[in-house]
Design a protein around this ligand. Structure first.
Ligand SMILES: Nc1ncnc2c1ncn2[C@@H]1O[C@H](COP(=O)(O)OP(=O)(O)OP(=O)(O)O)[C@@H](O)[C@H]1O
Length: 597
């Protein structure tokens, strides 16, 4: 219950923030509706008694009062609906914006890679779409309902104090409704991972890039079957939850029905004795029906508030998880160096991904000398990308430290470090923007600076992409635009490379297989050309270029080559040194060279 109350308070605060005027208006209208409806019951009773007495004037006045109250209630309800609907949309947009901000509220990426976070995000997204405005309606209705309940209770007590017990019959539906909501919530959480899998497969089935591979491997039926299987499994879990929840709700409503019949019988008995009028019987029947409706609304309202409260609790959990990784705007204890003289060192670095106890790196000691180009090679899963993630400060080492010119990276302002870093990744973003912006966002202050964008594309050996675009830098890219240009994987990757080159003088350039979609010759040419620029910048600022690649023809150009295996860096040296050593590097190099012969 505490969670529901605090969720309702939080939702109210959000509504106040996004639309104080709309909130005030819809609350007034809801209260008006709540007052008018129960008061129509005594007016109806007066109408009945006047009719029984043959008092035409009294009956006419009472009929007018009933009509005015009913029309007022309906009109207020209608206009309140317009306002809270709008308010609900605003609240959903606000929460979506908060989710977007939360996603980027940490220099780390742990939350993006944790299934617990992904599950909650999945539930939250679908909850916001499905019940965003419903929760707002529930919140405002609960205020009106409180008022209506008080008026109804006073009217019932005046008829017969025993009738005040009527709402007690409402307790079982409430309790059982709560249990039902928990059952559904659990079912939703249990089905979240199947749900995500089904969504992933759905997107895969409609994705132009995936279509080729799916056809080539003959996976169309397999994907369809797995998609169906994941949905079936998710739906089965949800259906079981819904059935159990509905059974609990029906049991609650039946309990109330018994109370309703008893209440009516009490007043009918008083009327038969002559203690009450026919109008009083009409009053109790009308009020009891309203109590029934109020209880049903209370249960629905409670369910919706519980549901929203659960989502908001999930959001709090997600916020706490992101905050636990440390914020962006930490006070830097040490200023960011303007250039590197010694370089970057890994000192006894060990690392296991959060939530796992399997070490990916163990006691790694490394020196990336200032001004050098460094390549990392190693088999799949050897930990190359993990090294890159630590360098980019997406994660902090579990033990040991990474130092930049002797300063612990953890003590450097993450924003300053990010500004001094440029990166290109294998799983690059496809920004469906103008071509200029798809590249320019690599250095936001120069997003519209055409010469800077063209220079970056040139450094990335990627200017040829523009030749194939109808409007050059002004071409819209991707399916988000009606006439957006469709690019090949390699073309997208070239734009991503250009983006990585936008920062002209970063202290660290990380290229984690950003050329996997290019052919070996194109990759070789690119690095040859890039290496000259990197060497010039490196001489001036001590900048380090770190390259992860499986292509040894490119790797051999680096000043220093690191070989990752068995949770550590097992070999380090120049191409010639490592070949002379005759270790793992020489073995892998020879294997690849033989394949090209
Ligand atoms: N987010 C994560 N959570 C848990 N384990 C992870 C995560 N990312 C990677 N791993 C595990 O860490 C190990 C090293 O992965 P990493 O991506 O660093 O390898 P890699 O050398 O870059 O591989 P590849 O050449 O295939 O890109 C792998 O066993 C992988 O399963």
């Amino acid at each position: 219950m505490r969670q529901t109350v605090s969720g309702a308070a939080q939702l109210f605060a959000i509504a106040w923030r996004v639309g104080p005027g709309k909130l005030a208006l819809s609350t007034v209208l809801m209260v008006l509706e709540a007052v008018a409806m129960p008061l129509a019951a005594p007016a109806l009773a007066a109408l009945t008694d006047a009719a029984v007495r043959g008092d035409a004037r009294g009956a006419t006045v009472a009929a007018c009062v009933v009509a005015v109250l009913v029309v007022a209630a309906l009109t207020a309800g209608h206009f309140a609906h317009i306002f809270y609907f709008e308010l609900g949309d605003l609240a959903v947009i606000h929460l979506e914006q908060e989710l977007v901000a939360l996603s980027h509220d940490s220099p780390g990426i742990e939350h993006h890679e944790r299934p617990e976070y992904a599950d909650r995000l999945q539930v939250l997204r679908s909850e916001l779409n499905r019940s965003g405005w419903g929760a707002m309606q529930a919140l405002l209705s609960s205020i009106g309902l409180g008022v209506a309940l008080v008026i109804t209770a006073v009217l019932l007590a005046r008829l017969n104090p025993w009738l005040l017990l009527l709402p007690i019959a409402a307790v079982p539906p409430l309790v059982l409704g709560r249990r039902a909501e928990k059952v559904i919530g659990d079912a939703r959480a249990q089905s979240a991972s199947d749900n995500r899998l089904a969504r992933h497969l759905f997107i895969l089935a409609g994705d132009a890039g995936a279509a080729k591979e799916l056809r080539a491997c003959g996976l169309e039926d397999e994907v369809a079957a797995r998609h169906r299987g994941a949905w079936d499994s998710a739906s089965r879990t949800l259906w079981r939850g819904e059935v159990r929840a509905d059974a609990l709700r029906v049991a609650g409503q039946l309990t109330f029905a018994v109370g309703y019949v008893l209440a009516t019988l009490v007043v009918v008995r008083d009327a038969l004795r002559g203690d009450r009028t026919v109008g009083d019987v009409v009053l109790v029947i009308t009020l009891a029906a309203q109590v029934n409706q109020q209880v049903t609304s209370a249960v629905t309202i409670l369910q919706q508030l519980q549901r929203m409260a659960r989502s908001l609790a999930d959001l709090r959990w997600m916020r706490a998880m992101v905050r636990a990784q440390g914020g962006w705007r930490r006070e830097a204890t040490v200023p960011m160096p303007a250039g590197l003289t010694d370089g970057i060192r890994f000192e006894g670095v060990s690392f296991a991904y959060p939530g796992t106890d399997r070490p990916v790196l163990e006691g790694v000691d490394l020196h990336l000398p200032a001004g050098s180009s460094v390549a990392i090679v190693g088999e799949n899963g050897a930990g190359k990308t993990t090294l890159v993630k630590l360098l980019c400060r997406f994660y902090a080492p579990t033990a040991g430290r990474v130092t930049v010119d002797g300063v612990d990276l953890a003590d450097i302002d993450p924003l300053a470090w990010r500004d001094a870093t440029a990166a290109g990744f294998q799983d690059f973003c496809r920004f469906e923007l103008l071509a200029r912006h798809a590249v320019g966002v690599g250095d936001l202050p120069h997003v519209d600076d055409d010469p800077a964008v063209l220079d970056a594309l040139d450094r990335a050996h990627s200017a040829d992409v523009l030749e194939r675009l109808e409007n050059g830098l002004d071409t819209s890219l991707g399916t988000s635009h009606t006439a957006g240009a469709q690019l090949s994987g390699g073309q997208w990757q070239k734009l991503a490379l250009g983006r990585a080159m936008m920062r002209e003088a970063p202290l660290l350039v990380v290229l984690d297989e950003p050329t996997s979609a290019l052919d070996a010759q194109a990759e070789h040419d690119l690095y040859e050309r890039y290496a000259a620029h990197a060497a010039a910048v490196g001489r001036a600022t001590g900048a380090i270029t770190l390259l992860v690649s499986h292509r040894f023809s490119t790797v051999r150009m680096a000043d220093l080559i690191l070989v990752a295996a068995d949770h550590r860096v097992v070999e380090a040296g120049t191409h010639e040194e490592l070949m002379a050593e005759g270790g793992l590097y020489a073995e892998l190099y020879d294997l690849q060279a033989a394949a090209y012969r």
